[in-house]
Ligand binder design. Sequence first.
Ligand SMILES: NC(=O)c1ccc[n+]([C@@H]2O[C@H](COP(=O)([O-])OP(=O)(O)OC[C@H]3O[C@@H](n4cnc5c(N)ncnc54)[C@H](OP(=O)(O)O)[C@@H]3O)[C@@H](O)[C@H]2O)c1
Length: 299
Amino acid sequence: MTTEKRKGSTEMNEPSAPTVRLTGGVELPRLGLGTWPMSGDKAERAVRSALEHGYRSIDTAAAYGNEKAVGRAIASSGLPREDVVVTTKLGNSEHGYGTALRACDRSLDELGLDHIDLYLIHWPMPSVNKYVETWRALIDLREQGRVRAIGVSNFKPAHIDRLVAETGVTPAVNQIELNPYTNRPAEREYHRAQGIVTESWSPLGPRTDLLREPVVTELAEKHGKQPGQVVLRWHMDLGLVATPKSSDAQRIAANIDVFDFSLSADEVTAITALDTGLRTPVDSDKPIGAPPAGIRTTT
Ligand SMILES: NC(=O)c1ccc[n+]([C@@H]2O[C@H](COP(=O)([O-])OP(=O)(O)OC[C@H]3O[C@@H](n4cnc5c(N)ncnc54)[C@H](OP(=O)(O)O)[C@@H]3O)[C@@H](O)[C@H]2O)c1
């Protein structure tokens, strides 16, 4: 369920994205700032800039090594804590019930917060085969109020089916690689049927030519927008949540300025037709470490 737009353009320090209500009542903005691969002062500056430009959702992870910087930026923003939705993720080496509880404590400590709004299992790590007990830890963390909503990332439908079969609790969100080059209709439909919010990582397509595709540049010209804004609007018009990353203040501002126009059904279809299956070469069913940065392949 999505609430409607509050205003048509970005003004400093005004919330600028509509929200989707997650199980448990968290209102997750449809557009937030991704923070990988930024760290230290760069991450802090980007998060501060995003909050000044109306972002109210920040996506980080234990694996990004920037939770401290994200926490500093939020603390110094002057915004009430309840106005900012903070997502972080449990790392791949932190699977297991007790390990997950301790990982959450560490993230809270790094962020300098007393609760996380949305806590995700970063990857299912089926070779470790502990994602169900890890999920039980997240369920308990939610019950204890240390996290407000729980979800997963990079989970395939079979992984989610197993979570639900063994715990009875469906993730609120699955954050997956999703952009016009890899737009994953089967997973989107599965999520919709299960009441799971689909969140797009690499919404602009990392190191791809997506923003130079003629269909994107022509629509940008037609709508008086930038190519990146057209692609982000495509995510919005498909009902997705997106977390574009930028360290540049102008692009940070532009990326959230997508709520004063929309694409027609035909325009959405034309962008969707760019799907080539082009994506990073990471398979959630295989043992993995950190996701590779911006490597692309066709799978
Ligand atoms: N769950 C997971 O496993 C997972 C994996 C990867 C990423 N993520 C999350 O998703 C976020 C976004 O993914 P991503 O960083 O891979 O890809 P992305 O947000 O689609 O693209 C980021 C790249 O696009 C550039 N960019 C941003 N806005 C632009 C614009 N308006 N026009 C042109 N270029 C623009 C950025 O450069 P500048 O900074 O110079 O603007 C950066 O190089 C990450 O930061 C992270 O929070 C999650």
